[in-house]
Design a protein around this ligand. Structure first.
Ligand code: CAA
Length: 381
């Protein structure tokens, strides 16, 4: 077993760290306050090759491994989790699935510009009546000649307003239930396709989450991903690949909380000494450090298994479940250590708490992760 990163992985981590500190950090507080989408930052991430990190160079991606992706996601999310989720969705929910299951047409026309970071992607599975219970898709697609006509509503779509290409799951044969769901690429601007207003969220405020509406929206047959009826399978397998992305985002938030807490505890004095000298604070810092390390290792393990071509479904779900849980816990502890200062915007740690909560909800809630883990481990015995 080797815990050493390769030279290339260290370089990517360093590049992400420098970019996060110089380009993302200075505007993070303002963008959070104004719920402003980081358009320029996303463009620059694309130029760095961070929007299609794992996509093969054959499709204009950076051809990096999953471990490098996790390292970069941690660095970016440490500074701004909103930027983290935008990057994660494009990489692991959009480029990953299109490369694996998209046709040559889809790869040429959609994957390549997405991997270059010139276009942005979104993944539209959730609906008002189909969140965790994702087989209950109400959006329909009916074949008419050489195109499909989509009708329905999607909810909670990350990158919903800014994305150029949306992966949309729709019911194409109700009788067949989840085996009658098909995935499509739908371009922004297609007549009959509109996005809703940006949701006013608790956290990750500068990412644009919104609903999508399809009203007799015509999508060409060539935009079907994989095969008709394979859409649920596609969505599940893509989400399996997405979980280490959100796990990394959560690890990034947890590290940010932990580092802020250590720093503050060495500056703030109470009862005649820096508060880091009080055991009550030390115990919190020690627990945070252990949690951060364990979450990071679980996430890197899932990524390393994927890079080795091994099964990683259970490990990715474990990484997401644990990392998101401890991200919330570390953010809460960081606030507690900051006391009243932790409760105001100026000290940033309140943002870590607001940003952390969503990691327990999207791309499969913690309860769904437990289902995935339990089903997987029960098969092993
Ligand atoms: N990987 C691959 N296939 C899977 C799978 C998995 N993790 N889980 C289920 N499947 C397959 C099953 O094998 C089965 O296929 P077959 O019928 O062909 O054998 C099919 O899916 C249906 O499975 P079940 O009968 O087990 O269905 P279920 O309803 O009992 O459970 C579920 C399904 C696991 C709960 C699923 O609905 C699920 O994962 N829900 C969570 C949805 C989710 O993660 N949403 C996130 C939205 S995306 C998002 O947040 C993006 C964003 O913008 C940030």
């Amino acid at each position: 077993m080797n815990f050493e990163l390769s030279e290339e992985q260290v370089m990517i981590q360093q590049t992400a760290r420098e970019f996060a500190e110089s380009e993302i950090a200075p505007s993070a507080v303002e963008r959070d306050k104004n719920a402003e989408f980081p358009t320029e930052i996303v463009k620059k991430l694309g130029e760095l090759g961070f929007m299609g990190m794992m996509t093969s160079p054959e499709y204009d991606g950076a051809g990096m491994d999953t471990v490098s992706y996790v390292l970069a996601m941690i660095e970016i999310s440490k500074v701004d989790a909103s930027v983290g989720v935008i990057m994660s969705v494009n990489n692991s929910l959009v480029c990953f699935g299109l490369e694996k299951w998209g046709s040559d047409f889809i790869k040429e026309n959609y994957l390549k510009p997405l991997a270059r970071g010139e276009k942005l992607g979104a993944f539209a599975l959730s609906e008002p009546e189909a969140g965790s219970d994702a087989t209950q898709q109400q959006t329909t697609a009916v074949k008419e000649g050489d195109h499909w006509v989509l009708n329905g509503i999607k909810n909670w779509i990350t990158n919903g307003q800014s994305a150029d290409y949306h992966i949309v799951m729709a019911q194409t044969d109700k009788e067949k239930k989840h085996k009658g769901i098909t995935a499509f690429v739908v371009e922004k601007g297609t007549p009959g396709f509109e996005h809703g207003v940006k949701e006013d969220k608790l956290g990750i405020k500068s990412s644009d989450t919104c609903s999508l509406t399809f009203t007799n929206c015509k999508v060409p047959d060539e935009n079907v991903i994989w095969e008709v009826g394979k859409g649920f399978n596609f969505a599940m397998n893509t989400l399996n690949g997405g979980r280490y992305g959100i796990a990394s985002q959560a690890v990034g938030i947890a590290i940010a909380s932990y580092e802020a807490a250590v720093k503050y505890s060495k500056e703030r004095k109470a009862f005649g000494t820096e508060i880091c000298n009080h055991q009550a604070v030390q115990f919190k810092l020690a627990d945070m450090a252990v949690k951060v390390e364990a979450a990071k290792l679980l996430t890197l393990q899932a990524a390393a298994l994927k890079d080795a071509g091994k099964e990683y479904l259970k490990e990715a779900a474990m990484a997401k479940l644990y990392s998101s849980t401890i991200a919330v816990e570390c953010a809460l502890d960081a606030i507690q250590i900051h006391g009243g200062y932790g409760y105001v915007r100026e000290y940033k740690v309140e943002r870590f708490l607001r940003d952390s909560k969503i990691t327990e909800i999207y791309e499969g809630t913690s309860e769904i992760q437990r289902i995935v883990i339990a089903r997987s481990l029960l098969k092993e015995f």
